[in-house]
Each structure stands twice: as C-alpha cells, then as structure tokens.
Design a protein around this ligand. Structure first.
Ligand code: NAG
Ligand code: NAG
Ligand code: NAG
Ligand code: NAG
Ligand code: NAG
Ligand code: NAG
Ligand code: NAG
Ligand code: NAG
Ligand code: NAG
Length: 447
C-alpha cells in the first residue's frame, strides 16, 4: 500500500514540476514581448477585417478619424466584393491617397470561403469595384505600387494582436467571416481576448415570417441562385464561417443588419444639402470617393439601390463602444439567431432566423446578437461627414517603426532567445540532478 502511495506522490511531483516548467517561463517570455510592444491602451483597440468593396473603404476612412479607437490592423479577405489581387493592394492604395501610407498595418488574408455557396459575383461589378480609384472614367488616381503590406498575414495579425494586446480587442468584420473563423480554428485561446465582434450585415428575420419551413423546391436552384431573396452577401458567401464564429463562444456579437442598412439610402441631393448645411468642405478626392459609387459601378446612375452599408456598421460600433444615446441607431434589440447550412436548406440558405424558440422550444445552437433595428439617416450622415472631413487620422499618427505589427515583430525577434531557452528547459529542467535527488529523497523518507 505504502509503495503505491509513494509512487503516486512521485508521479504527482513530476507532474507539478512539469506544469511549472511548461507554463510559467512561457508566460514570462510572452509578458516580455507584451511589455516590449508597450501598447498605448488609451483608445479602444480595433481590428478591421474587410473585403475591400468601396463602402468598406468609407468605413475605414470613418474609423481612422474616430478619436476613441485605435485601428491596430486592417485585414483583407479575397472571397467577396473584390478579387484576391486587389483586396489587399486597394486598401494600401486608399490609405496612401488619404495620407496614411504607413501608419496602419494591412494584412493579406484568405481568398477562398470555407464552403462556397456556388454563387459568383458578376465579373463586371468586381472589375468596377477593383478599378474604382484608378480607372480614368472613375476617380483616375495613380496607385503607388511600392507600398508594402504587413510582414504578418491577416490570420497571424488577428491571432497575435489578440494574444499580445493588453486590452481586449474589438473586431469589425465588413466582409465574410472567413479570416476570423480561420484564426479561431487555429487558436481558440484568442476568443476570450475578443472584446466585441461587430458585423456588417447579416439578416435577422422571424421564423414565423416564412410561410413554410419545408424547403421550396420550385425556387431557383440553391445555393447557386443569384436570388438570395433578402439574405446578406457577407453571410451567404461563407455561411460556414458565420456559423463557426457565431458558435465559438465570443461573448458579445453586434450586427448592423442588411434590413436596417437598406433604410440608409445614398441620396446625392441629401449629401449635397447636408454638406451645405454643416458647412463642410470635403477634399475633392474624398467627395468623389463617396459620391461616385453609382456613376462608376452601375448602369443606373441614380443608384437607388446603393446604401451606406459598411460605414453604418462602423458608426454603429462607435455608438455602442461610447454608449452614445444620441447616435443614429435609434433602437437595438437582443436576439438569438441561427444560420442553417444544410444541402437541402434551399430558401433558408444564408437566412438568419430569429424567434426560433417559438416553433422549436428546445432549439440549441442559437447565438446571441445585439442588432440595430431602426436608424436615422440625418444623424448618420452628419456624423459620417463630420468625421471624414476632420482629417485627424488618429490611427495613422504613429511612425512605421511604432506600428503595432512592426513593434510586435521586433519584440518577438528580441525575445526569441527567451522563448527558445524556455522550450529547451521544458525537456530537461524537471530532470535536473537537484530535482531528481529531491524526488529520490522524498521517496526514501516516506518509505
Ligand atoms: C496614448 O495615446 C493618447 C491618445 O492618442 C495620447 O494622448 C497619449 O499621449 C499617448 N500616451 C503615450 C504614453 O504615448
Ligand atoms: C487622368 O489623369 C491624367 C493625369 O494624371 C490626365 O492626364 C488625364 O486627362 C485624366 N483623365 C481623365 C479622363 O480625366
Ligand atoms: C415556392 O416558391 C414559388 C415561387 O416564389 C411560390 O409561388 C410558391 O408559393 C412557393 N411555395 C411554397 C410552398 O412556399
Ligand atoms: C451635388 O453638388 C455637386 C457640386 O458640389 C454637383 O456637381 C452635383 O450635381 C450635385 N448633385 C446633386 C444630386 O445635387
Ligand atoms: C433625396 O433627398 C432629398 C432631400 O432630402 C429628397 O427630397 C428626395 O426625395 C430624396 N430622393 C430619393 C430618391 O430618396
Ligand atoms: C434617374 O432619375 C431621374 C429623375 O428622378 C429620372 O428622370 C431618370 O429616368 C432616372 N434614371 C434611371 C436610369 O432610372
Ligand atoms: C450607458 O448609458 C446609459 C444611459 O445613457 C446608462 O444607463 C448605462 O449605465 C450606460 N452603460 C455603460 C456601460 O456605460
Ligand atoms: C423540451 O425539453 C423539455 C425537457 O427536456 C421537455 O419536457 C419538453 O417536452 C421539450 N419540448 C419539446 C417541444 O420538445
Ligand atoms: C444568450 O443570452 C441569454 C440571456 O438572454 C443567456 O442566458 C445565454 O447564456 C446567452 N447565450 C450565450 C451562448 O452566451
């Protein structure tokens, strides 16, 4: 009996010692890296993940001019409203044109969805989005092709920024969820470091508003159909990514649904009137940038289908972060939602359903979202124009060498030795003679 107990004690001690060696010095090395970065946490750190459509760049322009946030990185995804070659480079081009050529990291991300819907965005639309800034018939700007992206990929930037930020990081997703889903799949420990996830689009429709829950086979073939009813592209272009992120355990998820964005019409008359009323003079490039979308991307120059999509999500984020009761979003609602992805889901593909509990009281897998259900376009436009005309570019103020990703890289290289030593220590430390003689001593004494 005593023998067995001693063996157990020995095993216990080895485990305790092994745990000590495995965990503590590793944490120490990471702490050294964290201290070395010396992040300024006065402002709320934010990562913006984007598919680089034109409205994404409006959102970025807005966010860079908000004094309460610090944009740590912009990460790009190439599977939605831009072609892979343009998703990253157009963010760099845009940042350069607004005078922020090296202040914010741009990380290139994933180009394929986790699961393709089969839907392909018309090539002509992609072409006009990708060449919006440079096409002579649109903005006719020249791109600085020598600009460099971050040394880190989008996935690394998301994982490492969350790991080393001393303050939880908010993430603003303006395209598909593919980058975030990939980062979470690779390192689940980042989930607890996400402050709030803000999502542009998504559809949140009561399950009772569907006449039948039986898939309607007479509708066009799903998911290849162009007619996604009123589902949101950021969802249906990668539903699997939305499901994974939703179910990952992120505490707070906030969405600016497509239905609410659809109430914020781009109306150039109203834009002109608001600029006059607020006595705002935008730089010609910025004015053209926000007012040429219909002219450059559509056969209908009235552009009545255009909305203030992603920049309303950015503005909703700032309203929520600052708890601003005077903001443009007049009403929010807490909902539990789910997105179905079954080969037979047909008309439910990409549709977000709420009030599911009314039909299925024990439904599991529902995800909590806070959504904006009512918005005021006058308040929205004033705030947007005020910020983008301020030209403060708070998040661009840092020197290149002081940028979060560049500091991160320097500090990781600096403390690489510590990490290495720790890894060596892991294998030999607990077998050092002093520890071995201690184990032996304890065993002998107890016997
Ligand atoms: C941190 O950022 C704030 C706001 O941008 C600035 O006022 C302050 O000087 C910065 N602090 C340090 C130590 O750099
Ligand atoms: C585009 O810009 C170039 C110079 O940068 C100019 O020569 C050319 O006329 C412009 N084209 C149009 C259509 O405005
Ligand atoms: C299926 O869709 C077609 C076309 O929209 C519609 O006419 C029909 O009523 C739908 N059937 C059911 C059962 O919802
Ligand atoms: C808005 O104002 C610009 C000039 O500032 C003008 O060229 C444009 O036609 C106006 N648009 C509308 C819709 O009023
Ligand atoms: C655009 O805004 C003006 C002024 O607010 C309004 O009179 C007009 O009806 C709007 N046009 C559309 C198409 O919404
Ligand atoms: C654009 O609006 C004008 C005035 O509201 C209208 O006359 C014209 O037909 C519209 N054009 C298109 C292509 O819808
Ligand atoms: C947000 O503001 C409301 C009223 O404006 C207040 O009751 C609430 O405590 C605030 N919440 C936070 C987290 O500051
Ligand atoms: C829901 O679950 C409870 C407890 O497991 C069970 O008593 C009840 O019948 C279930 N309701 C339905 C509609 O399945
Ligand atoms: C969702 O919110 C409800 C309260 O409305 C809470 O009881 C539940 O635990 C939340 N679910 C998750 C997954 O956070």
């Amino acid at each position: 009996m005593a023998h067995r107990r001693n063996c157990l004690i020995l095993v216990f001690l080895i485990i305790v010692n092994k745990f000590y060696v495995d965990s503590r010095p590793l944490t120490l090395a990471k702490l050294q890296i964290q201290n070395c970065i010396s992040q300024n946490v006065t402002r709320q750190p934010v990562i913006i993940d984007t598919d680089t459509d034109v409205d994404d760049l409006w959102a970025i322009l807005y966010a860079l001019n908000v004094p309460t946030i610090d944009v740590l990185a912009i990460t790009t995804v190439g599977n939605a409203y831009s072609k892979p070659l343009y998703s990253g480079s157009n963010v760099l081009t845009f940042l350069d044109l607004i005078g922020c050529s090296s202040g914010v990291a741009v990380g290139y991300g994933v180009n394929l969805p986790l699961m393709s819907s089969g839907y392909t965005i018309p090539q002509s639309l992609l072409d006009s989005i990708d060449s919006y800034m440079t096409d002579p018939t649109c903005l006719n700007q020249s791109a600085n092709i020598f600009l460099q992206p971050s040394p880190f990929s989008a996935i690394e930037l998301i994982k490492l920024s969350l790991e080393y930020s001393t303050r939880p990081v908010d993430i603003l997703v303006l395209g598909t969820m593919t980058n975030l889903a990939t980062a979470i799949s690779e390192d689940r420990s980042i989930v607890s470091k996400i402050g709030t996830l803000y999502f542009s689009c998504g559809q949140f429709k009561a399950i009772n508003s569907y006449p039948s829950l039986i898939p309607n086979l007479t509708l066009a073939t799903y998911p290849e159909s162009e007619e996604m009813i009123d589902a949101s592209p950021n969802v249906f272009l990668d539903v699997l990514a939305v499901q994974r992120v939703g179910m990952s355990g992120i505490k707070n998820i906030v969405a600016m649904p497509i239905h609410t964005q659809n109430t914020l019409l781009i109306n150039l008359t109203q834009l002109n009137e608001t600029l006059t009323k607020l006595n705002i003079q935008l730089k010609p490039f910025v004015l053209n940038f926000i007012s040429s979308f219909a002219r450059c991307t559509s056969s209908n120059p009235n552009g009545t289908y255009l909305k203030w999509w992603d920049n309303s999500a950015a503005q909703f984020m700032v309203q929520m972060q600052t708890n601003n009761s005077q903001g443009f979003c007049l009403r929010t609602q807490n909902v539990k939602s789910l997105y179905i992805m079954s080969a037979d889901s047909h008309q439910f593909f990409g549709q977000g359903m709420i009030n599911v509990e009314t039909r299925l009281p024990n439904a599991s897998g529902l995800v909590n979202y806070t959504i904006c259900t009512e918005a005021n376009s006058d308040i929205f436009l004033s705030e947007f124009l005020n910020k983008i005309s301020s030209e403060k570019l708070y998040s661009c103020a840092r020197q290149y060498s002081e940028r979060f990703d560049i500091k991160l890289q320097q500090c990781m290289l600096k403390y690489e030795d510590t990490l290495q030593q720790t890894n060596m220590g892991k294998t030999v430390y607990f077998l050092k003679p002093i520890f071995l003689s201690m184990y032996l001593f304890i065993v002998l004494v107890i016997i």
